[in-house]
Write a protein that binds this ligand. Sequence first.
Ligand SMILES: Nc1ncnc2c1ncn2[C@@H]1O[C@H](COP(=O)(O)OP(=O)(O)O)[C@@H](O)[C@H]1O
Ligand SMILES: O=C(CO)[C@@H](O)[C@H](O)COP(=O)(O)O
Length: 561
Amino acid sequence: MAESAPRRCCLGWDFSTQQVKVVAVDAEMNVFYEESVHFDRDLPEFGTRGGVHVHKDGLTVTSPVLMWVQALDIILEKMKASGFDFSQVLALSGAGQQHGSIYWQAGAQQALKSLSPDLPLHQQLQACFSINDCPVWMDSSTTAQCRQLEAAVGGAQALSCLTGSRAYERFTGNQIAKIYQQNPKAYSHTERISLVSSFAASLFLGSYSPIDYSDGSGMNLLHIQDKVWSQACLGSCAPHLEEKLGPPVPSCSVVGAISSFYVQRYGFPPGCKVVAFTGDNPASLAGMRLEEGDIAVSLGTSDTLFLWLQEPMPALEGHIFCNPVDPQHYMALLCFKNGSLMREKIRDEFASCSWSEFSKALQSTEMGNGGNLGFYFDVMEITPEIIGRHRFNTEKRKVSAFPGDMEVRALIEGQFMAKRIHAEGLGYRVMSKTKILATGGASHNRDILQVLADVFGAPVYVIDTANSACLGSAYRAFHGLAGGTDVPFSEVVKLAPNPRLAATPSPGASQKNKMVRKQSHFKYITQERILEFNREGTGNTVSEGEGRDVRHWSGSAVSQE
Ligand SMILES: Nc1ncnc2c1ncn2[C@@H]1O[C@H](COP(=O)(O)OP(=O)(O)O)[C@@H](O)[C@H]1O
Ligand SMILES: O=C(CO)[C@@H](O)[C@H](O)COP(=O)(O)O
């Protein structure tokens, strides 16, 4: 796969929920190498499903830290076996699934600094962690800690104004508070706490890497405007937390040179720079070269939707993060937990475990699904907080199933309708110039992208790799190398290929959307509305008025315009 002629490059890594991935990008911004290690498939000894362990309470979700370390060993060996020329790597950066936290035991820094090139990393770092199973973003077990934090700073909106988000269970400050309360011994033996992103950077640096502003915004701890840890939040979560976190840094900072371990074992140049790692969603924003007015939809393990923002407008729903490529600006993010794993379940139940059958089901059903609507949350959703499968037929009745193909379309339309109304709740409006940039594993599926274009009434573009977090990490490595904050990111990546048009709205879609916007139909797809449907009981008719509106996205409503 690797070229034999020397090709100067930067590497972009992604430590995501289900896998570790890497791309190499040359000075002309071409991707010429991609590799990945899939946790469930390639490291079965850790017994994860979808890269995680879901605990008995159904709320606690963790991943083994040594699985991540070993995945890095494996991917580096794969690169070496393929002849990848490490000597040409000028710089590297990376991304991590957001919010997950790693607890380095006292003495671990020393172990990191004295890595022997004769042994793989996982054999040398075995005793370095005070917590072996790390809380990850899918965890929703910290409701008590969330309420404590909000109370400590004057309420949910006050916390959002400070940190960009009200308290969320998966956010790291609340996870740290839980560990401190339930396992104080492990907490006191911890000398450093990393995010998945800064942990991965630390493995390359051979010492602790700082947390960057952008991923640091997903902790409920960072003052997003002043870019310092909030003393009120730190104090509410756990003692001595500031020293365990270290000072945060701008996302485009060069945090050091690569550890001699990689120079000696793989042949990296000693001057290879490590640029601060960030969250996978901020890295995707960089990879898609998002512009103001565009909307990005990432269809990975989680589904996320994000926007570039000039001014933060923290609210009770969604998140504001510091922008990863422009320290003056921000990004807004909505996260939906029932993303690809939910789609896989419906695929397995109704489309013979095959994506091509899943696509056929979308092709054989009509836009609007004849008025049949579904919302599928097999795990407790984040946006909004709700669980269960909720289907409503064309007679406005709650039903327990649809015929197979209709089930597939109900899932995909429901997922995208939810994204649109929640984005509109944040103030986003689809305009005539709106571009939707899609990424993540499911963006390989053109039929899914067609539904996205139809529901948003806007064209959908993709980049050549569905791996925008890796790509963005490689771009960010070039940015850090070029001087970071002193140089506009757009200047550094100007040679990068433009996104390709993948789907345009079907005839009739915009007319439906126009009517839906006018009559505010989407607003009924809210937690309250679904709870109301449930209270009314399966088979009950939805009361006239509000409930009816949800179905107006279907064909029958168009004629009313
Ligand atoms: N053709 C396809 N159609 C729909 N979904 C797909 C397709 N190919 C892969 N996927 C989904 O992509 C997911 C992985 O996406 P990815 O962005 O790589 O995840 P992550 O970065 O969170 O590990 C898989 O769980 C799978 O469901
Ligand atoms: O919790 C969030 C964002 O707030 C998730 O988006 C994680 O960042 C996981 O990312 P993927 O592995 O699904 O890409």
